[in-house]
Design a protein around this ligand. Structure first.
Ligand code: PMP
Length: 297
């Protein structure tokens, strides 16, 4: 996949520059130690034809919180960054896009705090994923990082070594994606998405503490509230999951994507007959600003 061409622009520290001409400093803690933070955001072409960044405020608030959690200087304002993102999308002629703001460290190879940060906003085309293909999920041999060793609620660059290891493992074994446990063996999340499962009309999701609390997860909960579907946040076990009617991952990139099986064992119900499927459809309408009557279950 080509992320950019010679015409693509990015926003870098307040200026619009060509992606092909932007330089990063090799002497940065981000390159060597994974010390940086980022966001994953999507924009959509709405039903009225406009470009809309979904939950822009929430994503840029989380970016700031992630940077502050890691003591990275953050001299950027949310409004400035949202405006900059719309500008980059417009200049690149993109509507259905993935947006990747990255806060990275300047040249400093010591273990001392930095006095400045860099911020880049990259965008690339990403067509809406229709979520029709159900996933074959594998319970990973990797656990999510220990929350006593990492600020797991921050979207830090280095955490994604764990994500890539788990995803590589699952794919090398013929599965579509991994499901990781927390350090106590309870269900946690996917390498880049949260998880819900459905049982007898109720949705269950791992409680916060060992996961990245996703913005899509929060959106799913909003939808459930409107649909009057009960949601339980708790420590969930693999045994409970094995007995579930349906399950799905949710995240900005993944959107809402249903599962076919966990460890080759199919979920109990046909995906199209589940509440989870109704939530998937409602999510799609929400991001594209299609006003649809929500079904009350
Ligand atoms: N967990 C992890 C580890 C992630 O990387 C992501 C993607 N940001 C999520 C969950 C889902 O978060 P969101 O819905 O905010 O994209």
């Amino acid at each position: 996949m080509n992320y950019y061409n010679e015409n693509t622009v990015i926003w870098l520290n307040g200026s619009i520059v060509k992606a092909s001409e932007a330089k990063i400093d090799l002497y940065s803690q981000t390159m060597h130690y994974g010390f940086g933070v980022f966001e994953g955001i999507r924009s959509y072409k709405t039903h009225s034809g406009e470009t809309r960044i979904f939950k822009a405020e929430e994503h840029f608030t989380r970016l700031q919180r992630s940077a502050e959690t890691l003591s990275m200087p953050y001299p950027f304002s949310k409004d400035e960054l949202i405006e900059a993102t719309y500008k980059v999308l417009e200049l690149n002629g993109q509507q259905d896009a993935y947006i990747r703001p990255l806060v990275y460290a300047p040249a400093n190879m010591s273990f001392a705090k930095n006095t400045e940060s860099n911020l880049a906003i990259l965008t690339w085309e990403m067509a809406p994923f229709l979520g029709e293909k159900l996933l074959k999920v594998m319970s990973s041999s990797y656990q999510r990082p220990n929350p006593k060793g990492f600020h797991i609620q921050a979207k830090a660059v280095g955490h994604y070594v764990n994500s890539l290891l788990a995803s590589y493992e699952a794919k090398s074994k013929g599965y579509d994606e991994a499901l990781l446990s927390d350090i106590n063996g309870f269900l946690a999340e996917a390498p880049g998405a949260n998880l819900f499962f459905e049982k007898d009309g109720t949705l269950f999701t791992p409680a916060t503490g060992n996961i990245l609390p996703g913005i899509t997860r929060a959106t799913v909960m909003e939808i459930c509230e409107e649909m009057k579907v009960p949601v339980v946040e708790k420590q969930c076990t693999f045994e409970e999951l094995a007995d579930a009617d349906a399950a799905f991952f949710c995240g900005t990139a993944a959107e809402v994507v249903g599962w076919e099986s966990i460890d080759s064992k199919p979920l109990r119900k046909a995906w199209n007959d589940t509440i989870s499927r109704q939530i998937q459809l409602a999510y799609k309408d929400r991001v594209t600003e299609k006003t649809a009557e929500l079904t009350t279950i």
